[in-house]
Design a protein around this ligand. Structure first.
Ligand code: PMP
Length: 298
């Protein structure tokens, strides 16, 4: 396989030489923001939405990204072209940058900007064929008034604690509840319930990240005639849903077949989930912001 090139502050660096300082505040304090983006058949799926979310996260933590949106778009495109990536995953990381050991971001004169474009390590195919069992965990979603889940920051410890609990219980993913006990989201994905003709997902105010995949599924759901709702719901609502599924850039649409030991539906991926997954897979190849195929490599 040819060399993988990492975009690091405007330069392309071979993967094994792409390094940032131990004084980077992203490393020292989780001070920074990131995005995960997919490329399908040379189409970058909803790049603009991802970049808007990135810039909003950065604004929220007063991190000035020294690129315009157009420049960042071009940097992502250049990274894709350089790696001749047709299908894969982009990780865009903006940390506060190198500083001293104090918390104050003032010691960091400029952010470190990293773009990684790689062949996706896809979720195992059987997840899509059989669906996955999940649990709800004791770890609560961090409160929006403490650290908003809308800030996609480098501080993902809340999510990591969820992942640890899930793995300890022998499952791959789990749902977190918010401080009021309503369902918020998974460790790295949003959650949807199907009940009759209703397609329900928690509102962002309940602690759910406004996922790009979530928004796409809500649009597709409307087009397919579902009654799409952003509503809070409880664990009980999850247990008695007709179908439950997770959405995310990495996960796409994954059926949930068991929650806390309760079988969902007949314990296999449901027809609605499969229909939405199929619609999503059609959308992602049609709906790219721009096409950056390998044959455009200059
Ligand atoms: N929630 C969390 C906590 C996430 O990290 C992600 C992945 N970005 C999602 C939801 C799904 O969002 P998206 O569809 O934009 O990937």
């Amino acid at each position: 396989m040819s060399e993988q090139w990492i975009y690091l502050n405007g330069q392309f660096v071979p993967k094994h030489e792409a390094k940032v300082s131990v004084y980077d505040h992203g490393y020292l304090y989780g001070d920074g923001v990131f995005e995960g983006i997919r490329v399908y058949s040379g189409n970058v799926f909803r790049l603009k939405e991802h970049l808007i979310r990135l810039y909003e996260s950065a604004k929220s933590i007063m991190l000035d990204i020294p690129y315009t949106l157009a420049e960042m778009t071009e940097a992502v495109a250049a990274t894709i072209r350089r790696n001749e990536l047709v299908d894969g995953y982009i990780r865009l990381v903006i940390s506060r940058g190198d500083g001293n050991l104090g918390l104050d971001p003032a010691s960091c004169p400029r952010p470190n900007i990293v773009i990684i474009a790689e062949q996706l390590a896809l979720f195992p195919a059987e997840y899509y064929q059989t669906g996955i069992p999940i649990i709800t965990v004791a770890t609560r979603r961090n409160r929006p008034d403490v650290l908003s889940p809308q800030v996609k920051s480098l501080n993902y410890l809340n999510n990591i604690l969820v992942k640890l609990e899930a793995k300890l219980a022998g499952v791959q993913e789990a749902l977190m509840l918010n401080e009021q006990g309503y369902v918020a989201e998974g460790s790295g994905d949003n959650v949807f319930l199907v009940k009759g003709n209703k397609l329900i997902t928690p509102p962002s105010s309940a602690g759910a990240l406004e996922g790009i995949t979530r928004n796409a599924i809500m649009e597709l759901g409307e087009q397919l005639g579902y009654d799409v709702r952003e509503e809070v719901f409880t664990r009980h609502d999850v247990y008695v849903a007709d179908e439950v599924f997770l959405t995310g850039t990495a996960a796409e649409v994954i059926a949930v077949i068991k929650v806390d030991g309760r079988t969902i539906g007949d314990g296999t991926p449901g027809a609605h989930t499969n229909r939405l997954l199929e619609a999503f897979r059609q959308l992602v190849v049609q709906d790219g912001e721009k096409i950056y195929t390998a044959d455009q490599v200059s």
